[in-house]
Design a protein around this ligand. Structure first.
Ligand code: GRF
Length: 198
């Protein structure tokens, strides 16, 4: 059976990456994770890739804080292409991607964000929802575009904000929802796109 070849990018602890790799290992996600790439040399997400025997690499990001240096972004495109990646999955990748990536993988880059977009884009979205006194927040999987946490929404999962919650307890429950939603969306994505021959 043909499997969709995906590449995962992340900067941090990699719990979503783990959820995806577990789902692939269990056999009910028709994808092959070809490579995991991080802009942080000692990011736990790279250890998770090694634990699952998946190719992994550190990409030196260059001198900027919130984006890759253009040369680094070109290098990223090259690394993903060399790994045969068809769909790019962002899992806590903390840099904004620009034209080299968006052009090379047009409508083939997806991201997960810890709020019900379009509400609360940006950092610590769970805390933003908590401070705003929302009763419900959640997580969103969306296509990437030029703007931060903005592209077309693919799927969302709601998470109630409980009276006893702290931002931390809320964040934990949102992450549990993410770990269910993201692999499920990728599974659907695989089924749909395998038919249309990427
Ligand atoms: C997730 O909460 C995701 O919504 C956001 O970054 C976080 C990554 O967490 N984009 P992890 O590294 O997958 O644990």
């Amino acid at each position: 059976m043909k499997q969709l070849r995906i590449g995962i990018l992340g900067s941090g602890k990699g719990s979503n990456c783990r959820a995806i790799l577990e789902r692939v290992r269990s056999g009910d996600l028709a994808a092959e994770v070809r490579v995991v790439i991080s802009d942080v040399v000692d990011a736990p997400i790279l250890d998770i890739a090694r634990e699952f025997g998946v190719a992994n690499a550190y990409l030196p990001p260059g001198q900027f804080r919130t984006r890759l240096e253009p040369r680094a972004e070109e290098e990223l495109v090259k690394m993903l292409r060399e790994a045969g990646v068809e769909v790019v999955v962002l899992a806590g990748f903390m840099r904004v991607l620009h034209e080299p990536m968006l052009k090379a993988f047009s409508r083939r880059i997806i991201n997960i964000h810890p709020s019900l977009l379009p509400k609360f884009p940006g950092l610590e979205a769970w805390k933003q929802a908590f401070v705003a006194g929302e009763k419900v927040t959640g997580c969103t999987v969306h296509y990437l575009d030029e703007q931060i946490d903005h592209g077309q929404i693919i799927a969302q999962r709601e998470v109630a904000i409980l009276p006893a919650d702290t931002p931390e307890s809320l964040h934990e429950r949102i992450q549990i929802a993410e770990h269910e939603l993201y692999p499920a969306v990728i599974a659907e994505f695989c089924e749909k796109h395998l038919e249309t021959d990427l």
